[in-house]
Design a binder for this molecule. Sequence first.
Ligand code: SAH
Ligand code: MG
Length: 214
Amino acid sequence: MPDLLYPDLDTYRREVFAPEDDLLRGIMPAAVAQGLPKISVSPESGKTLYLLAKMIHARKILEFGALAGYSGIWLARALPPDGRFITLEINPKHAEVTRANYKAAGLADRTEVRVGPAVDHLQAVEQEAPFDLVFIDADKESYPTYLDFALGHTRPGGLIIADNANGHGHVHEALKEGDGPRGIQVYNERVARHPGLVSNILPVGGWLAVSLVL
Ligand code: SAH
Ligand code: MG
């Protein structure tokens, strides 16, 4: 048996490449204590979002689904000081927790949480377009709707990214309309075939579907 530096490869990968600072590490435990579900992206996915945003020099980012602000903090930290991050969140309690976390992270100046069903905000959000990066992580049945918006409002060279692209492990099944992950399956097929996108899955966390806008 070799001597192990880390208990397993996944722990090695996370601790070497996606270490969390105290603020990030505290977010989900505090959120869960307040009754929020534990469904944020993983540290590896957060670091991947940060890397991708940095790679395209993102200045303006739109997110669907804030929860407690965990993914938003990774993304907003990739912005320059005059950058802008808008997240759309249906649940007022989640929005409140998210705002407090952005403030604690020192990101209140560049972040904004808009409360309500995401579709109700799209007309107003359009005024802020084009975005450099759109991150989709809200209700899964609406992924195709959010993709339509992203396709119309992301700059060439920008990225459209969707979390949970493995459909909670069901995306390879023969799904029917109304099945939970069906929206993700439709989303994946559309971005994979779209002539204006180059897309692939980055299999971190529940998989990120990453699309470059040509
Ligand atoms: N991106 C977060 C996790 C988001 S969880 C992270 O990784 O840290 C999904 C969030 O989407 C939940 O907070 C949920 O309240 C929100 N949501 C669900 N349906 C929505 C809708 N129609 N519009 C906006 N937000 C929605
Ligand atoms: Mg998710």
